[in-house]
Structures are given as structure tokens and as C-alpha cells.
Design a protein around this ligand. Sequence first.
Ligand SMILES: [Zn+2]
Length: 366
Amino acid sequence: MPNTEPVVTTAEILNEKARLVKNKSVCNFGLIAGASHENLSSISELSKAGAVAFKTYMVAPAKEREKEYAGTFVTNSAQLFQTMEEVNKTSRVHCIHAECDSTVNLLSEKMKKDKRKDPLAHYDSRPNFTEEEAVSDALILSEYLHAKTHFVHVSAARSVDLLSEAKQRGIDVTSETCPQYMIFSKEILEKKGPYAKFNPPPRDPEDIERMIRSLATGEIDMVSTDHAPHSNSEKQRGWNDIFAAPSGTPGVETRLPLLLNFVMKGRLKLSDIPRITSTAAAKRFGIFPSKGSIQTGSDADLAIVDLNQTWTIKASELQTKAWETVLYDGVEVNGRVKYALVSGQIAYEDGAGFASPGLGTMVQPS
Ligand SMILES: [Zn+2]
């Protein structure tokens, strides 16, 4: 994702990031570049430099995080229109973080005025309609521009209605949700405070239900993580004032076992898992069939899972530096990854750990 320091909005920075990651990575990776009305002239070069897709936020970041997001966000339709038009020329997928800036801003100001600093004020400042209207706006522009649009971390049930209707009308659109929107309702904010602060916020039981069901039906195409770790000290600031904590939660290590729990409960089929975690994304982002498929000629990037093993997630045993902020500590899961293979080589073995850094390569659309 582009929201790093420096933020990835030029080909030069993308190349530098690729160089840094390549030496450290044990898995393959693709780099998504930031796109907005502020870097229109860099978009073509970013695509040529190997950006796998582009991402645009439809909402401005919190003031103290502007540095990480500069040049990746738009705050009105004209800016999104220009950005979408330019990304479309590259034939790369345009990933949209759909939350409406003006209404999120209005409601956040209202929270401040009402002296609300409690965890649920985060939810109340970003209600479902703030996502739905952003989805709707971006879909209308996508249709007009014949753009290839992908909605990241969808959380609201009504957004899925809009996405399904758009698909039926032939708009080139896909979407994803994340485990946090399939598991937690807004009450998690009261229990876990700033640790449960992510954007969009956790929602209501009917939204959770819709996310799970839509993955089974294919209305939502895939499950990502929106992995966004922050240190414990950064997060703790939010206990006194929820708006003082950064948004985001780690999820990359827990996605697969959490999804397998839905299989065990009969909510998803085992055959849904490779589709929603791999094949759909590989097809959408132009890296199929070398990725997302098990067949002669494809790269052997595989996870080998013991489905009979039940175990409990212990946050302190996870690899993330932000383990103290993980929401799944103590959750019992079914299915344990025994091996992860990258191009047929063992990148990870349960109990033995990881292969040496540098095994992973940068993935680019063909
Ligand atoms: Zn996002």
C-alpha cells in the first residue's frame, strides 16, 4: 500500500521501495501506488515502473498522518474524476477507499463539539451511509469512464447492494472485505477501545451477516486484510480520546485460520477459500494464471494446511511488531499452516520459521 513514508506517488519512490522490500521479503509482493489529482503526471510512469494497481482514498487522513497519505487522497468528485480518468489510461485496476470526506468531516466535527471522545464516537463519526455514498459516487464515475474499479475493505450491507447492481449492469467492478468486518460488530469498540479503531469502523450484525453471505455468493469477490499495524503506544493514546489513536489493525497472519473457521461452521465452503484468498485477486490484478492457480506452468506459491489441527491464537507468538494490538488473542481457530511455498521453495515451516530474506520477488501484471 502506498501510505508509507515516503508515500508512493512517483516512479522513483516506487523503484526505491521495490529495492528495499526485495532484499527483506520472504514472500512475493506487489506494490500499489497512490493516485490523486496531485500526481496525475506521475501515474503513467508509476504503471511502467511496475505498480500492480493504484489506490485512492476518498477521505482525507487525520491531520497528524497527512505525511503518509499526501497525494493519495481526494476530497471531491472532480478530483476523483480526474484521477480515475488518468488511472484508466494505464489499464491498471483502481482501488478505492470509499468513505465520503465531507460527511465524515462534518460528523467528526460534531463529535468534537459534543465533547465525545469515547470509542463509539469513532463509529458515530463514520456511519454506514458515509461508505455507501462514496461507493455510489465512485460507481457512477466508473460507469461513465469505463474504469476498472476495485473497492477495498467494504463493510456496509447496502454497499454490497450497490456493487451487485453495478456488476449486473456491466460496470467493471470488484470488491473485497476483511475478517474484521466478518467477525466484529461495533461493540468491539467498547471492549477493545483504540485497538478496534479502523476505517471503515466495525458495524452491525446485519452487515457482518451480509459480508459472509456475499463472499459465498461471489457478490464480494475476495477477502483481504487491510493489515495496518500501529505500535501499542500509538494506540494507547486512544483510551482517553479515541480520535487521538491511529486507525488500523494487524491481520495478515490471522486471515487464513480465521477464514477456515467459517468453513468449519459451514458458512463458507472449503473450495471458496482459494477463490476468495487467491484466484479472484490474481485474475483481477492481472497476474493469473502464474498466480492464483495450481496447474502446470503456474508458480508453486502454496499454503499447506493441517485442517485437523485446532489451536489458539496467541498474539505474543505472532511475527508483527504490533502484536500487543492484535484483536484475535485467545481466539480458537481450526486449521494450521504447516508450510508456505514460494515458487516451490519452502518459505515457512511450522515450528522451524522462515527462509532467508530475499526469496520473494516483485509481482507485476503482464
Ligand atoms: Zn483503505
